[in-house]
Design a protein. Sequence first.
Length: 403
Amino acid sequence: MHAQLTSRRSIYFAILTCAFFLTTSSFAQQPKTKLVHASSDRPLWRVNLKSHGYPANSDELQRRRGFANFDTISFLSDNVISTTFVTRENIPNLQRRDDPNHVRPYRLHAVFLDALTGKALHTAEWPIDEPNAGIFPRHDGGFLLVTAEKIASYSADWTYLKEIPFSDLHSTTATLGGIAESPSTTSLVIQFLVRNSAMCFRIRTDTLDYTIVPCGTLEVFTVSDDRIVEPQKLPGENFQPENTPSHAYVQRGAAIPGAPASGIPLFINNDSMAVYSSENIRVVDRAGKFNFSQDFNPKERWIDELGRPVRFSANGKRFAVVTNRSPFTRNAAPAAIHISTGDIPAEMPLDIEVCDLSAAQWIYTLRINPEHLHQIWGLALSPNGNNLAVDSGGTIQIFALPK
């Protein structure tokens, strides 16, 4: 009898032990963070900028801003969103550009919104000679105004601080090339092109102090606080610029070993870089270790790699990527795919996904309703990574992300 009882206890204990291991194993196989699915039809708030002067039927004009360099929407802080657009001025008579009293043909508008409510906090505008202009966040909540002629600094309460005319930095024959800001928003690198050569300046966003830094002639590049990285060539190009090494990237500063073989690089923080192509995205750290990887089936969705489809949070912990619907899917409207530098992030948006680097996984998917949100002209993550803002061409909406 005692032997039977002992045997039953042993069997019962074995069953409990197996159940425990099965339970812990199933938990171990679950994702670290639950993936949240959301719809673009349900933002926290939505603001139409037409009430602030956004011109109707102005897609062609807005595209002339140079989206390879400038964003239409940015978080200046966790609490303040800036959004910008340009308008064309009425010029009654022929005038000379060298006339100091000439009427400038364009105007850059900025609307600053409360990130919690969408309420307009402040507006500003600047007359400009060229439509390629915009603003960049400063690390203290202020911003930099960059036009074809100058860079100017403003405080968090929108007070003008200082400016540097570009004529102080380069010869009159130079043209403005690429612009990139470090993930920490403490420095901005501006490129000027003269014939087949380039000159780059790293400008501190707090003081506008600057130093000359080595760079290539390709206008697409990414910067951290101590490095400049550019692709060897752009998608669709077969030539390799002269005097560049025959590998995927030209790196100015400490190199990142083991980087993917092709794609567009983008620093997420000073130690990690995303590299993306139309069909995949990878994240590699300073030591060359892959922290995240995702492939996309082009028959279902794809990335416009020249539309700057990836955005990061200033704390360096999250990034967002917008994908396009494939024209080859069932019931898709006929469309021709042509990508070029300065594209908007998504002409045919399918979804926006947000990755948390500490979890090394997607944590949020925003499914786009194409009937209500036709295109994505800009997107941004708040500095703390808790909110996503989207510009659909003069309409701003914000979505809460998992914390």
